[in-house]
Design a protein around this ligand. Structure first.
Ligand code: CMP
Length: 480
């Protein structure tokens, strides 16, 4: 609570207490003073009834003031200080009615001690039944209102959604008859208490971090990892989006037209969710534009079969060829041989965290990293130990391919990663014409094998190891 709010409450308290005390004081002073005045003015000639009626009228005004002051003191200050929110109108009204009735009884029995009020009420029982029947709905609302107050499922200022018609808005008031909701079109909807007590009510409390979902989609060709990252960053800084919980972006469906996503975000002020939803959508649009992502719209994809194979220099094929010719082990290859290799290479995309190669599996292909990064891991005491991180232009998986042994390590994508797979058959035809290729490979495999061993292990001579691998490759590929 701020300093000025606290001092405001203090002033309110002192004011309300002063009015209440003053009312009480006046009540007592006036009683004796009025009696005295009326007694002298009317010289004792006025009838006692006239005095009493006048007196009753005056006391009624004082009682009214007193009840108002008491109401302000109890609900305007004490209730608010203790509970931290405004007392509902219904509770205040019930309090006032009860207090007035009580004061009325007190004053009436003081002025007319001979009238038996109990008997008066007994004789009016039939009248009460008739009145009760006539006021059935009103009384129903009244009692439903009381039970709502006792239960307190929501408060003034909360956003609620009521019933099958989904009336949505901010609660403005809860009266003895109805709940008053201000909708987001600035209309007032009155839901009577009996209806509200029967219907399901969705409550979005003011002090709560309420969440919203906004949907969007992308083309199937757009990377999910990229879309998720871009949208999360774009949404987290929008106005009214809570910093306490970062937005969550996830794929909700593989739809007919594209990948369907939802972004879940939490709001500081839920009553402004329409504006915030709109702002979030706007941010997504701009972020898509900057990142080159595309919204999906109803499309039909025609798959046209091409006659003849595309030349590797075309489009993606050209990029693959460039990538392979930059890999050092393929340096001895002629342009035709690299083109052949590029044609045989198959591209695969892995999400961050996906396993590309599992240690111990059999393997008959190697991979060249086209985009992204991977980590090479071995298991040590049941925990993964990273022995190398490979990036664009590096290759892996050659050990199992060239020696025929099981995979020696785990290879895991560190980010979205595209690899080019080269199979056994494609390599075999190259070995016949490129003996240098076998030799440089055996050196690399020998070096990598050293890296796989625990640091303390003594290693055999590098040349011996390479020679062993060289003959293993030759044997495995049936070379001379
Ligand atoms: P392979 O055994 O077929 O599968 C796991 C791969 O991890 C392996 O081939 C190598 O390509 C790669 N690898 C193993 N050890 C290392 C290392 N020390 N440095 C780089 N890559 C390695």
């Amino acid at each position: 609570m701020t300093r000025s709010k606290a001092s405001n409450k203090f002033v309110l308290f002192v004011g309300a207490a002063a009015v209440a005390l003053l009312s009480l004081y006046l009540l007592f002073i006036f009683e004796s003073e009025v009696k005295r005045l009326l007694g002298t003015r009317m010289g004792g000639g006025a009838s006692q009834d006239t005095v009493n009626v006048f007196y009753l009228f005056l006391l009624a005004i004082l009682a009214y003031l007193f009840v108002r002051a008491l109401n302000a003191l109890i609900f305007g200050l004490i209730f608010r200080l203790r509970r931290g929110f405004e007392a509902p109108t219904l509770v205040r009204n019930i309090f006032s009615i009860l207090a007035f009735t009580l004061l009325f009884f007190l004053v009436f029995s003081h002025l007319y001690p001979n009238v038996n009020l109990g008997a008066l009420f007994t004789t009016s029982a039939i009248f009460g039944v008739i009145l009760g029947l006539a006021l059935q709905d009103t009384l129903g609302n009244f009692f439903a209102g009381i039970s709502l107050q006792a239960d307190r499922p929501f408060q003034v200022g909360d956003v609620i959604v009521v019933g099958a018609q989904r009336h949505t808005g901010v609660v403005e008031e809860i009266t003895w008859r109805a709940i008053k909701i201000r909708t987001f079109q600035n209309h007032i909807v009155l839901v009577n208490n009996t209806t509200a007590a029967k219907e399901a009510i969705e409550v979005c409390p003011r002090g709560n971090l309420n969440a919203r979902l906004v949907f969007f989609n992308t083309l199937y060709t757009d990377s999910p990892a990229k879309a998720i990252h871009v949208v999360r960053e774009a949404v987290r800084e929008a106005d009214n989006v809570s910093m306490k919980i970062p937005p969550i972006v996830r794929i909700r469906n593989l739809g007919e037209n594209g990948l369907e996503y939802e972004v879940k975000y939490w709001l500081e002020d839920y009553a402004k969710y329409n504006d915030t939803d709109a702002l979030v959508r706007q941010r997504i649009w701009y972020a898509f534009r900057r990142a080159g992502l595309n919204f999906a719209y109803p499309t039909r994809t025609l798959l046209v079969e091409r006659r003849g194979k595309p030349t590797p220099r075309d489009g993606a094929g050209g990029a693959i060829m460039e990538r392979l010719s930059a890999v050092d082990i393929f340096a001895p290859l002629s342009a035709e041989e690299t083109a052949m290799l590029a044609q045989a290479a198959v591209s695969h995309v892995f999400a961050p965290g996906e396993v590309v190669i599992r240690a111990g599996d059999p393997g008959s292909s190697m991979f060249v990293l086209h985009n992204g990064r991977v980590s090479v891991q071995v298991s040590e005491n049941g925990r993964p130990r990273t022995i190398a991180t490979l990036s664009e232009g590096d290759f892996f998986g050659e050990m199992a391919l060239f020696t025929g042994e099981p995979r020696t390590a785990h290879v895991v994508a560190l980010e979205e990663t595209e690899v080019l797979e080269i199979k056994h058959e494609a390599m075999k035809s190259l070995f016949d014409t490129n003996p240098d290729l076998v030799e440089s490979l055996s050196h690399i495999i020998s070096e990598r094998r050293q890296g796989l061993l625990a640091p303390a292990v003594t290693q055999s001579s590098d040349t011996d190891e390479s020679a062993g691998i060289l003959s293993a490759i030759k044997r495995f590929f049936g070379l001379n």
